[in-house]
Design a protein around this ligand. Sequence first.
Ligand code: ADP
Length: 468
Amino acid sequence: MPPMNPWPRLLRLYAVLALPILLAGWLGGRLLEVALAAALAAAAWHFYNVARMERWLRLERKLDPPLSRGLWGEVFDGLYRQRKRQRGRQKKLRQLLRRYRDSAKAMPDATVVLRRDYRVEWWNDAASTLLGLSWPTDEGQRITNIYRHPEFVAFMERPERSHGTATLPSPVNEHLHLEIRLVPYGEKQYLLLARDVTHLVHLETMRRDFVANVSHELRTPLTVIYGVSETLEDELGDHPELTDSVHLLQEQAQRMKLLVDDLLLLSRLETAAEPDFGERVEVVRLLEQLVEEGRVLSGEAGHTLSLEAEPGWCLAGSEGELRSAFANLIGNAVKYTPPGGRIAVRWRVDEAGGHCEVADDGPGIAGHHLPRLTERFYRIDDGRTAGRGGTGLGLAIVKHVMVRHGGELVIQSALGRGSTFRCRFPRERLFAATVTDPSRNHQHGVSGPPDTRRQGPAETGGPPTASH
Ligand code: ADP
């Protein structure tokens, strides 16, 4: 409830005080002198109280105001109430801050508060353990001066490139692996979070090694089985009743060989160093070859394969890996599009980068499958995969190749409306090819042919899309 208005009471009090004095002055014939003396006394009273108030506000830490009556009593009371409220709020805020800091301190993950220039403002105990921050020397230092790992510095310079997350060795112990996240908040402030993921990295390494080793070990027995089945085939003349069994054996051995080859390729993509970006791949030439191979693969199914490619561009990357990726997409289109269907392969370049697209008018894929299509062994169990000889690893390979080339795979499809698989490459991986060079080995430049670029198809309002 707001305090009562004091003025009516105060005016009454001043009237009661002033009237007898003025009356006495008037009766004594000295009204002016008495009025002046009363005004001076009032001014002195106010001055005295202003001085007390100033001293109370400046020096006195205690909450209680100086004792006073009348108008000044009301002023001191008002100030006292405000100060009390303010102290209460401050206390609550301090408690809140302490509780927040205590909980952040207790977190097992490292938390570092960074200012806009990445200078360290605050950190918790886990940050001291995992990132080696020490009090007070590191306060106000740039985090990149404390944690100087080149990958960390590159991550902090362009965190958006890796979606704000990176897995790096700890500066304290290189056997510890940290998952680092940079989260912007407030006005250009950042939270740097680091989590120990050593056990996950070990598990992932074990999984990769296991798959690579098993695949490798399976290769030799498979070659032997296949070889024996071929010998048996030659001997079938004497045992015609075995024809079906031998063919089945051959078919399954071939299928397993494809599987093992794909698994080995995937492990190589996962573990190998990044592709040699000094290599320049002439995309049009590569696609011409692959489309030709696609026609051969289609054979009697009689698909119409067309190629629309913007000439004059080279991609910095591994030709072998890109060949695998594009061949998988064209191979899938041939495999899953009914005979006589159309398959269009396109390559274009615009401001956003290079786009290689394989579109078909086949059965399409239901929306709920799209986000999972690039998982290993994910296949759509609707009868279409039966007898197609796929391994379920093709799109996982494409996705890995794209990640290694700094790009992404975007899948756009809907049931009954065909499918489009688009590989997007970043602009900085594209170079203008020197067309005049007959050996086609030397390319140069950082910008491509101007103005001949076509705009990509609009992506809004179309069938469902998933990026990988
Ligand atoms: P697979 O070896 O089975 O082809 P992929 O990883 O290449 O494995 O593809 C995963 C699944 O995605 C396939 O099993 C198939 O059902 C579906 N798919 C891939 N490409 C197409 C396409 N062009 N049209 C329709 N479905 C496709």
